[in-house]
Design a protein around this ligand. Structure first.
Ligand code: SAM
Length: 275
């Protein structure tokens, strides 16, 4: 695949490679993993399982999977070289069975039916043709193996209403951004149907609840600060909401999260199935 081909298929290339994304992935992992790990524990994997983390970013989760399954071989693939380099250096201690390679999720290099567990977190909402990618993930997973997805959905965030109503922001910004980038920012609710239509079995839809009761407020706020810093410019360019207005909405959501009397929640779908 040419570089321009990769860029066309990665409309958030700039944001994905930004330093704010590194902060975001670190905070997201701290917020989500403690609940998500229980879903991983349910899978009946062979001791020497082969695990793929497709669109692995900085290796936050590939490294946690290598630690959770101490005899597994874990491969993380991504198209941002900086993330891969960071992952290799941060998790060098696991290098004998944790690998990071530059590969596109549209065109994985593994033969059919290679992996016992194929993971794809926080990627499907950010790329066009998500169904093509899911088909590719299924291809590389062995019969009886597991697919584990986090397909984000920007209709599953709820905040208290004060000055600005965050519902107006998400209601306007998410569909407009998706239209402009040919991505589905509401794919969380569609994932079940996609997996069903691909003939997968044992489909489970779980939720990690990132809220101000379960997750430290500072961790939750860090995710929103990173989104603000990484996305406000492009929201201003791609949607009817101006950059300044996007910053104001994010700042209000962050204040709501930090308010000791405030409550906010991000429902994160975790969708799994067996091949
Ligand atoms: C929001 S990050 C999630 C990272 C990681 N899965 C996690 O949960 O921490 C999305 C990642 O998908 C990667 N990505 C986007 N398009 C890709 C593609 N076509 N092939 C491989 N990775 C891709 C981005 O570079 C980015 O690192």
């Amino acid at each position: 695949m040419t570089n321009s081909g990769i860029t066309d298929l990665n409309p958030q290339a700039k944001q994905m490679a930004d330093e704010s994304m590194v902060r975001n992935l670190e905070a997201q992992a701290r917020a989500i993993w403690p609940q998500e790990v229980e879903f991983f524990r349910r899978y009946e994997l062979p001791k020497d399982a082969r695990v793929l983390d497709a669109g692995c970013g900085t290796g936050e989760i590939a490294s946690r999977l290598a630690e959770l399954f101490p005899h597994a071989r874990v491969l993380g693939v991504d198209i941002v070289d900086g993330h891969l380099e960071l992952a290799r250096s941060r998790y060098a201690r696991l290098a004998s069975r944790l690998y990071f390679e530059r590969q596109s999720v549209f065109d994985l290099q593994a033969p059919d039916r290679t992996f016992d567990l194929t993971v794809c977190r926080h990627v499907l909402h950010a790329i066009p043709h998500a169904e093509r990618v899911i088909t590719e993930l299924v291809r590389v997973t062995r019969a009886g193996g597991y697919l584990h997805l986090i397909p984000e959905d920007y209709g599953m965030l709820h905040f208290q209403r004060t000055g600005l109503d965050p519902r107006d922001f998400w209601h306007t910004a998410a569909p407009a951004f998706g239209d402009k980038t040919q991505t589905d920012l509401f794919i969380g609710r569609d994932a079940f149907g996609i997996l069903k239509s691909l003939g997968l079995r044992e489909i489970i839809v779980d939720y990690v609840v990132v809220d101000t009761v379960r997750v430290p407020r500072e961790t939750f706020a860090t995710i929103f600060e990173a989104w603000r810093d990484g996305y406000a410019d492009s929201i201003g360019e791609q949607t009817p909401i101006s950059r300044d207005s996007a910053v104001a909405y994010f700042d209000q959501m962050i204040a709501n999260i930090r308010d000791p009397l405030g409550y906010a929640v991000w429902m994160v779908p975790v969708v799994s199935a067996r091949i």
